[in-house]
Design a protein around this ligand. Structure first.
Ligand SMILES: [Zn+2]
Length: 78
């Protein structure tokens, strides 16, 4: 199990996401961004838009995704 924060994944807060794979924490961040925006949090709006843009343009998003995977792999197990 590893932990990445919202901030490490391009967001504005230090909310931690735990998962055994990079995909799991990326999905958790995606959910977190949507939830925060749905609750009226404006600080997460730009990160949420960026995340949506990544899914829409896979080639551009892939660089970010690979970097997130590398960052996740470099983290110590907790
Ligand atoms: Zn956040």
């Amino acid at each position: 199990m590893k932990t990445m924060t919202c901030q490490q994944l391009g967001g504005p807060c230090d909310c931690p996401h735990q998962g055994t794979t990079a995909d799991a924490v990326i999905k958790a961040q995606d959910r977190h961004l949507k939830e925060m925006v749905a609750n009226g949090d404006v600080t997460h709006e730009s990160a949420s838009k960026e995340m949506k843009g990544r899914w829409r343009s896979p080639i551009k998003g892939m660089g970010w995704y690979r970097q997130a995977k590398r960052d996740f792999a470099a983290l110590p197990e907790s």
